[in-house]
Design a protein around this ligand. Structure first.
Ligand code: PHE
Length: 447
């Protein structure tokens, strides 16, 4: 049985949770989702979603994890003895593999751009050439698979060394740096000619541009970005100390995560409009736009390198939290040693990620509803697994879990005020389930 060592400090615990939340979801996915869904109106729905579902669901994961100090399966067994709720854990594990499967392909692209930046190849091109550069990358199976595998090797090396402390330390240096550098890029982008159009696109709420599909995407994006719905935060919070204020921590994680997403939008959209790139370019958006920003900067070579390096670390702190879900589960529930649990997790991850990496080239004619395998994994991860997971977690904590456990966790046994408790319970009981229910009606074509 693994020895359960908790996070040393509250800061360390928050850094790890923020490290999990802040990643490609914020820097790569948020801008392009906002782009395809009309900008401002999408952001408003997204923020509402964070307030009424994101924070309450983060808290419900924290409550399950910290009250039991165990992984999802034994947590649910401890909290509801004799009931079958623990079976939900398998959905979480499947979900975590689907997320890491497509996610690590994008991490691979980031390494390619890091490499190109190091060679100095990211400057001196026209917007069309940047677009062609990305097209030729994804069309090349060797490069896609190679970089993805390399990224996963890093990921599992870190996990196998058990240097969580190292990663924690790296994360607490890298995250503030990433934040600072994002601000520098925002300023640069805002100074480009025609930047105002980008800002208007990002913040002016044109609700006529928002479809039901856009609303669904905003929900899925919020869940993916906050790392909720697949028990990642249950796993992390099981290592939290009993005296940390859960509500404050949840609000801090959600606020920092949302800030990074919005800053990424402020960095990208002025440049999108200035360079004449389509805001609806989808997953390729940042790869077409960022090199253009670097090019405008004195010392662009170093900025580009630094930027991709930081994004690389931000992604690594996210994939680490993702692979920790099956690893902790295998260690604690199947009594595996850590190396063995890592080996099994790595095997499944490599297989799924390779298929995802090939879906733009060798496997690109395998399509369902116009989506290739990568797109399907991305879609299923956030819009199905995480939403379903969020629904379960909300209903479980809101309706099934003993209210005393919630009160104890939110007030630390009566020592804190817990002013948000009624709000949280209301959202978990009514708002989250009803909204997710409507989303599923929409998905199945009933509305
Ligand atoms: N939240 C991460 C991001 O925004 C992705 C993630 C999802 C990480 C689920 C862990 C669990 O990039």
């Amino acid at each position: 049985m693994a020895k359960r060592v908790g996070f040393a400090t509250r800061m360390g615990a928050i850094a790890a949770a923020v490290g999990s939340a802040v990643g490609l979801g914020n820097i790569w996915r948020f801008p392009y989702e906002a782009g395809v869904n009309g900008g401002g109106a999408f952001i408003i729905v997204y923020i509402c979603c964070i307030l009424v579902m994101g924070i309450p669901v983060i808290l419900s994961e924290f409550i399950i994890g910290r009250s039991t100090h165990s992984n999802m399966k034994s947590a649910l067994r401890k909290l509801s003895p004799g009931k079958k709720y623990y079976l939900f854990t398998y959905l979480c594990i499947l979900g975590s593999f689907v997320v890491i499967g497509f996610y690590s392909v994008v991490c691979g692209w980031i390494i390619e751009y890091l490499y190109q930046a190091a060679l100095g190849h990211l400057s001196g091109h026209t917007p069309q050439e940047y677009s062609d550069m990305f097209t030729s990358l994804v069309a090349n199976p060797w490069r896609c698979v190679g970089w993805t595998v390399l990224f996963l090797v890093f990921n599992f090396m870190v996990m196998s060394r058990g240097i969580e402390k190292g990663i924690e330390r790296v994360a607490s240096i890298m995250m503030p740096l990433l934040f600072l550098i994002l601000i520098v890029f925002c300023v640069k982008s805002l100074l480009l000619p025609g930047a105002g159009k980008g800002l208007r696109f990002l913040f002016y709420p044109d609700f006529s541009a928002l479809t039901m599909r856009g609303v669904l995407d905003a929900f899925g994006q919020a869940f993916l970005s906050l790392s909720i719905g697949i028990s990642c935060l249950v796993t992390y919070s099981s290592y939290f100390k009993d005296d940390s204020p859960l509500t404050k921590d949840a609000v801090t994680v959600a606020a920092l995560d949302t800030l990074v997403a919005i800053l990424s939008g402020v960095m990208i959209f002025p440049a999108v409009f200035s360079f004449g790139v389509e805001p609806t370019a989808g997953p390729r958006l940042i790869f077409e736009v960022l090199p253009g920003i670097f090019q405008q900067m004195t010392g662009g070579y170093f900025w580009a390198l630094l930027f991709f390096l930081l994004v690389f670390f931000a992604s690594l702190t996210s994939t680490i939290s993702l692979s920790e879900i099956p690893i902790t589960f295998l260690i604690e529930e199947h009594k595996m040693s850590r190396p063995r649990a890592i080996a099994w997790t790595a095997l499944f991850t490599f297989a799924l990620a390779t298929i995802a990496a090939l879906s733009f080239n060798v496997l690109d004619d395998i399509k369902l509803w116009g989506k290739n395998i990568f797109d399907m994994m991305d879609y299923a991860a956030s819009n199905i697994f995480m939403l379903l997971g969020g629904l379960f977690t909300a209903v479980y904590v809101g309706w099934i879990l003993d209210r005393k456990v919630i009160h104890d966790q939110l007030t630390n046994g009566g020592r804190l005020k817990g002013v948000l408790e009624p709000y949280i319970v209301f959202c978990l009981r009514y708002i989250a389930p009803i909204s997710i229910f409507f989303i599923f009606l929409y998905l199945t074509g009933i509305i």
